[in-house]
Design a protein. Structure first.
Length: 94
């Protein structure tokens, strides 16, 4: 993907088990490639999350299921959109 693009993630359908801390089944979305990237949200239950747009050109989506109960799950789609802005990330090395 181009570095001047963002990702738009939409949930068309969402129905997972519900718990107060989303510990059973959940979808976790992070703004970046890594498990340490900024957490956008951790979603469970039947409330469909709103459209999510990445800040940069990577989006990490993780699905976890305990396998204890059967729920229909979710369907998500994504699009890439050109921003017209070139985003530059600087890394300092020592």
């Amino acid at each position: 993907m181009d570095t001047d693009s963002v990702i738009e993630l939409s949930f068309d359908f969402f129905n997972l088990s519900d718990s107060a801390d989303c510990s059973e089944d959940y979808v976790e979305v992070r703004d970046g490639l890594f498990s340490e990237s900024q957490l956008i949200g951790k979603f469970c239950g039947s409330n469909k999350p709103s459209k999510i747009t990445s800040d940069m050109w990577h989006l990490r989506v993780v699905f976890k299921s305990s396998g204890k109960m059967k729920y229909p799950g979710f369907k998500a789609t994504y699009e890439t959109k050109k921003t017209g802005l070139l985003k530059i990330t600087t890394f300092n090395t020592f």
